[in-house]
Design a protein. Structure first.
Length: 482
C-alpha cells in the first residue's frame, strides 16, 4: 500500500472512477444494443410488409418468375438484406444469397416460424435476425417471404460510435481527475498545515496557530491543535516563571544567611547585640528556607500523585476551628477580627486530615496577609449536597480581575500583602492540589477594595483510587518532581 496519504487518496479516487466508467460503459452498451436491435426489428417489419404487399400483387397478376426474381434481387441489393421466398409447404423457392431460379429442386426445408415474433432463427449454422410474413393469392396461402440480417448487421455501428464514446469518456475522465485533484488537495492541505505547525512547535515556536478552515474535521483538528499548543506554551511559561520565582524566593534568604555567617566568621559582629541579631536572622531565614523547601516537596508529591492519601474519619467543624485557632493570636496582634462559623450537624468525612488542615490554614493565613488593620476575616463551613464547603472571606484589598487567573500559580504574590517578606506564594497552589487529590474544587470571588471569598469544596467520602480531575481548576507545573 502506498505510504503517502495523498497518493492513497488519488489511487482510491482513480479506482472509483474506473469502476464507475466501467459500469457506465456496460450500461451504455446494453442500452445502445437494445435500442439498435429494436430499431432494426421495426425496419424489418416495415420492409417485410412492403415486400409482401408487392409480391401479393405480382402473384395475383400471374407475373413471370424472372420478374419476381428481379424484384427480390433488386430489393435485396437496395436494402442490404437477405430475402427468402417460401412456398406453401415451407420449402425455399428462392434465396437472394443463392441466386437460384424458381424450381422444385432439392432445397431443404427451413424452419422460420420463430421469425413471426422477431426472435433469432438459425440458418446455415449462424444466427440470423429477421421477419416473415405470409403471401396470399385471391385469399389462398401461396407461401411466405422472409427478410434476414446477420447479427453483426443488426449490432450497433461501433466503428462510428466508438470514437465519440471514447471522446466523451475521456472528457469525463479529465473532469473527474481535476475534481479529484482539487478534493485531494483540500483534504491534504489542513493535515500538512498541522504537520508543519508540529515541526515548528517541536522547535519551540508556539506563536504560529493553524488556520481553522476546510472541512469540519480539519477545523476541529486545527482547533484542538491550537488549544494544545496554547496549553503547552502556557505550561512552558509557567515553568520559566516557576524557575525564576523559585530562584528569587531562595536567593534572598540564602544571601542573608551567607552575609550574617561571614559577619560571625570574620568578627564583624563583635558586640553581643550584633551577634544576637545575626544568629536570629540566620535562624529566621533558615526556617523560611525550610518552609519553602517543604512546600515545594509537598507540591511536587501532590503533582505527581506520589504519596498516598492517609485517610481517616474527621469532623469538618473541628478542623476549621483548629485552623482558625492557629492564627487567633496573630489576628489580635495585627488588630484584625477573626471569626469561625460552623455547626456540629455536618457528617464526619473521610479525608487526609493533615493535608486538609494545611489547606484550611493556608486559606486563613492568606486572608490575614491581604487585609489591613481593623479588617474582618470569617471562616465558615456548611453542607452542600454530598460535599462539605469551606468558605474564608475577608474585607481586605481584593484581587484585580486580571490577577484572578493567577492566584493559584506557584509563587504568585498579589499586591497589597501585609507580610510580603514571609509570604512564599505557594499556599494557594497547595490548597488547589489538596482539593484535586480529594476530588474537590477551589474557587475564588473577589472585588477590589471590598474583599475576597475563597470556597473549598470536598466530598464527604474520598478514596485514593477515586480521584476527580477538576477541569479548569488544576494547574500543574511540568518537570517539578520530588
Amino acid at each position: 500500500m502506498a505510504p503517502d496519504l495523498q497518493l492513497r487518496l488519488i489511487l482510491t479516487h482513480l479506482s472509483v472512477l474506473l469502476a464507475a466508467l466501467l459500469l457506465l460503459g456496460v450500461a451504455f452498451t446494453v442500452i445502445l444494443t437494445d435500442r439498435v436491435t429494436a430499431a432494426h426489428q421495426s425496419d424489418l417489419r416495415y420492409e417485410t410488409s412492403s415486400l409482401a404487399t408487392q409480391l401479393d400483387r405480382m402473384l395475383a397478376r400471374n407475373a413471370r418468375s424472372t420478374t419476381i426474381q428481379r424484384l427480390i434481387r433488386h430489393d435485396s441489393e437496395l436494402m442490404g438484406k437477405r430475402i427468402i421466398l417460401l412456398d406453401r409447404r415451407g420449402r425455399v423457392r428462392y434465396d437472394s444469397s443463392r441466386w437460384t431460379a424458381f424450381s422444385r429442386g432439392t432445397w431443404r426445408l427451413v424452419d422460420l416460424s420463430a421469425l413471426h415474433r422477431g426472435r433469432p432463427a438459425h440458418m446455415d449454422n449462424s444466427d440470423r435476425f429477421g421477419w416473415q410474413l405470409p403471401l396470399t393469392v385471391h385469399g389462398a396461402a401461396a407461401g411466405a417471404v422472409a427478410l434476414l440480417i446477420t447479427s453483426s448487421t443488426g449490432a450497433p455501428p461501433w466503428q462510428r460510435i466508438l470514437p465519440a464514446v471514447l471522446a466523451v469518456f475521456g472528457l469525463v475522465l479529465l473532469a473527474w481527475i481535476a475534481i479529484g485533484a482539487y478534493l485531494v488537495r483540500s483534504l491534504i492541505r489542513p493535515l500538512r498545515q498541522v504537520s508543519d505547525a508540529l515541526v515548528r512547535a517541536r522547535g519551540g515556536q508556539y506563536d504560529h496557530p493553524v488556520p481553522e478552515q476546510g472541512w469540519s474535521e480539519a477545523r476541529d483538528l486545527a482547533r484542538r491543535y491550537n488549544e494544545m499548543v496554547a496549553e503547552v506554551a502556557r505550561s512552558q511559561q509557567l515553568r520559566r516563571d516557576f524557575m525564576a520565582n523559585a530562584a528569587h524566593e531562595l536567593k534572598t534568604p540564602v544571601a542573608l544567611v551567607a552575609g550574617f555567617s561571614r559577619s560571625l566568621t570574620d568578627g564583624t559582629a563583635e558586640r553581643g547585640d550584633a551577634v544576637h541579631d545575626a544568629v536570629r536572622c540566620i535562624q529566621t531565614e533558615s526556617e523560611h528556607l525550610a518552609h519553602v523547601v517543604d512546600q515545594l516537596f509537598a507540591l511536587a508529591s501532590l503533582d505527581a500523585d506520589v504519596d498516598a492519601l492517609v485517610l481517616s474519619h474527621c469532623q469538618p467543624v473541628d478542623l476549621l476551628h483548629q485552623a482558625v485557632e492557629r492564627f487567633r493570636s496573630r489576628a489580635v496582634e495585627e488588630g484584625k477580627t477573626l471569626y469561625c462559623e460552623g455547626s456540629g450537624k455536618i457528617p464526619d468525612c473521610l479525608w487526609d486530615v493533615q493535608r486538609v488542615m494545611s489547606a484550611l490554614a493556608n486559606l486563613v493565613s492568606n486572608a490575614l496577609d491581604y487585609t489591613s488593620h481593623g479588617a474582618k476575616v470569617v471562616a465558615r463551613v456548611h453542607v452542600q449536597g454530598s460535599e462539605s464547603v469551606f468558605q474564608v472571606w475577608d474585607t481586605g484589598h481584593g484581587i484585580a480581575a486580571n490577577d484572578l487567573a493567577h492566584v493559584f500559580d506557584r509563587f504568585y504574590r498579589g499586591r497589597g500583602s501585609s507580610r510580603s517578606g514571609g509570604h512564599s506564594g505557594l499556599g494557594l497552589a497547595m490548597v488547589q492540589e489538596v482539593a484535586r487529590r480529594h476530588g474537590g474544587a477551589i474557587t475564588v470571588e473577589s472585588h477590589v477594595d471590598k474583599g475576597s471569598i475563597f470556597t473549598l469544596s470536598l466530598p464527604f467520602d474520598v478514596h485514593e483510587t477515586e480521584k476527580a480531575d477538576v477541569e479548569g481548576v488544576i494547574t500543574r507545573i511540568p518537570g517539578l518532581t520530588a
